[in-house]
Design a protein around this ligand. Structure first.
Ligand SMILES: [Fe+2]
Ligand SMILES: [Fe+2]
Length: 247
């Protein structure tokens, strides 16, 4: 473990299954988890969102010790987090503009954009409270790598599925990281702060998956989601796990 100048890393590769053997684990290595989640209809209740957290199905769980280093660089995490919220809002607008003739998508993504912008404001407020400004955006290697996984050249519906599933993936991984912060931050205030984000992003993750299922055959969505889960795990395995980044 070598702390670096601007950020802190944890042991390579920084992921471990052992922490996920607990009953309350968010992430399961069960390959059917994503499929089970996909079989549910959209439901916006807190219970449904918490169930979604349990069923994320990510293939490479984050080592919870990441929280120990993240908490030490909380200002850095907050800046990165603010830009994650901005990117989520921007992606929502992109979806609405690109697929504006899909009424259900427009109806559901429009309030999501407002919510993500609300998240941005909330994180900005937290920075200000700590006497900090937003600062400059950092390159988001995770999101760039995920976007590079998107298939081009298919039908319009297939392109929409690529956008929806990449959006769902960012929500799922964010949700997983926020859950760790909500459980393991030493600071009770921060635990509560991140709990709310975890619940909200879980709802978004489910919404994107449900939208994909609405517009495309469920089998196709499940197959592509499973491929993306595998690709995402590879991306994560090759990314340095940094204490100053949400992803
Ligand atoms: Fe958000
Ligand atoms: Fe979100």
């Amino acid at each position: 473990m070598k702390p670096k100048e601007q950020h802190v890393t944890v042991s390579h590769p920084g992921y471990s299954d052992e922490f996920y053997s607990e009953e309350s684990a968010v992430v399961t290595s069960d390959g059917n988890a994503a499929g089970q989640e996909l079989s549910k209809s959209h439901d916006t209740t807190l219970a449904a969102n918490l169930e979604a957290v349990r069923m994320l199905g990510l293939k490479l769980p984050t080592d919870p010790r990441w929280v120990n280093v993240a908490e030490k660089t909380i200002e850095e995490i907050l800046t990165d987090h603010a830009f994650c919220e901005q990117k989520a809002a921007t992606m929502g607008v992109t979806l609405i503009v690109k697929f504006s003739d899909h009424a259900k998508l427009v109806d559901e993504v429009t309030p999501l954009v407002a919510e993500e912008w609300g998240h941005f404001r909330k994180v900005l407020k937290e920075l200000k409270k700590r006497g900090l400004n937003l600062g400059r955006q950092r390159k988001d290697e995770y999101v760039v790598a995920l976007h590079n996984q998107m298939r081009k050249g298919g039908s319009r519906e297939q392109t929409m599925m690529e956008y929806l599933l990449v959006s769902a993936m960012v929500e799922a991984r964010s949700c997983e990281r926020f859950r760790l912060l909500s459980l393991y931050c030493q600071d009770e205030y921060l635990r509560k702060f991140y709990y709310e984000f975890m619940v909200s992003e879980a709802g978004h993750y489910r919404m994107f998956i449900d939208l994909a299922k609405h517009y495309l055959p469920e089998d196709q969505v499940k197959r592509r989601w499973e491929e993306m889960l595998i690709a995402e795990a590879e991306i994560m395995a090759n990314l340095e796990l940094r204490g100053d980044r949400v992803h």
